[in-house]
Design a protein around this ligand. Sequence first.
Ligand code: COA
Length: 631
Amino acid sequence: MLCVLTRTMVKAGMMKSPGLVKPVSVTKVAGRYLAHQEGLPKLPLPALQQTCERYLTALEPIVEEEELKHTRELVTKFQMPGGVGERLQMGLVHRAQKMENWLSDWWLQTAYLDYRMPVVIHSSPGVVLPRVEFNDRQGQMRYAAKLIAGVLDFKTMIDNETLPVEHLGGKPLCMNQYYQVLSSCRIPGIKRDSVVNYAQSKRPPTHITVVHNFQFFVLDVYNSDGTPLTVDQIYNQLEKIWNSSLQTNKEPIGILTSNHRNSWGKAYNNLIKDKTNKESVRAIQKSIFTICLDAPMPRVSDEMYRSRAAVQMLHGGGSRWNSGNRWFDKTLQFIIGEDGSCGAIYEHAPAEGPPIIALIDHVVEYTRKSEMVRTPMVPLPMPRKLRFNITPEIKQDIEDAKQNMNIMVHDLDMRVAVFSHFGKNFPKSQKMSPDAFIQIALQLAYYRMYKRCCATYESASLRMFRLGRTDTIRSASIDSARFVKAMDDPIVPSTEKVSLMEKAVRAHRGYTDMAIRGQAIDRHLLGLKLQAIEDLSALPEIFMDTSYAVALHYNLSTSQVPSKTDCVMCFGPVVPDGYGVCYNPMESHINFAVSAFNSCADTNAARMAHSLEDALLDMRGLLEQTPKAKL
Ligand code: COA
């Protein structure tokens, strides 16, 4: 979707540089954001019968017939006139009338803030940027300075409300997430977390935090007249930070944020009992974003570089390396390694990948464009180092967090691959949706490895609607199952395989269209379940049914996050025996990040990446080798 936006702008010749987002005006357009938001439609509530029917259809490829028979009976009972389903649906109708978006608060709570697993690996996506050619500290500082200036340039568009509105399928999108990613932070709780956003406060923050050798600094990035510091000025300030954080024996206080949320919630309350600690934590939470200046990671071969960079972005490599050089609750952290590895990690509660990637695309373009301009040097004060008083109890919490982090690090199996044989160009040449083509290839890859179809999650954007987040595209469909079963069957003629593939790809695209229009089933089912909980009524049987558990056990958790720069987003699996697959389809190649857990004997990220490559190639081979005339 972002590609559509930029391409249009490039064609129109509106930008100096093809990648930079151009503001719609050079001055502030007060009220533009709200006016846009108010013009967006509200998220629709699908009809109960429609969701029930579609739910049963979605179960067919992943649930045994016997189980499905039982579920059909439960669903029939659930949707009976005057039954439980109707009552819950009425509750949702009222909720939708009262609220700006009937789903968004619930979704934020259940998907993110109530989720108790560590945000590291289990929730926060990482982003690997193209490697930058610098091999020393100066290069690292210069790049960091440019990157910071690039983010501030993007922030000006947010502050001035001049960010161009994005479109999907010709429809304008909700821009709210852009207002949530800067100056915000997650706060741990013992049972439930929260998110704070200082961007809209009376005195919005004017500083970022920089962390080096586990030591945090407050860096003011605006002059007293409100203008952002120049790249030169930022560079000088970073130098000062570097020089006053050379000791490598500091407690990695930031690693506390990687722990299980309940444990971190408890440790947090203990940490902020001390006034100095509380002020330091607050400075990090309030900051616009965080820059992590990382120590070099172990060298690997060029082939493995992206996979190693992916884990650096996702978890920092463990307590020995850079995992303590983070504040994982911070919504947006940029990571710049001394060895040229660059990327980001973001805390997922406030936003999805696409707005983050749009910001990153702009920043990367900015770092390429802007040369250091010598500015008159008005001496700036030394950036303030944040102090922490480490009591024995805090020290113990840090040790516990380190230990847990190292277990997680060892458990993550990550493979980033570049599929270089084709990109969006090939499916397009076959008049097929590239995203659907890749998803069907994933179905084939999985089926070949496990001889079964599995519940598959693909994120679909709901941003056509006010405050819209995502719904689920269920990629395992009746049509995809028919195709994957036929593909390796020597008895099935090629022409029939092609026809089954086309049908599967069309069905996937059809599901996508339904999902982005707010007519998919998963958020609606969640809404019905949460309505029952809110009504304090018994949980309907359909939600305690085995089929529902199977449907939510996503062995494949996938997402397309496209970008203009050659980057790739990555995340962990959502179930112990599953895969996380994120991909960026470029015009003539595809970047993939595949993750799994080492503790599961049945999964293997490299094997899945391989199987996916084979599936893509075999699907192309089939299309190319089957004479068109016969179709
Ligand atoms: N023939 C030829 N070209 C086709 C085609 C067909 N049948 N179908 C689609 N295309 C073209 C499109 O026009 C588009 O062209 P472009 O490259 O010029 O822009 C391109 O192929 C890509 O379309 P498609 O592959 O169908 O995907 P999409 O861009 O519509 O994206 C989703 C699909 C599901 C990824 C998108 O709708 C979405 O929801 N994205 C958000 C995901 C998200 O939030 N992820 C974050 C998780 S943290």
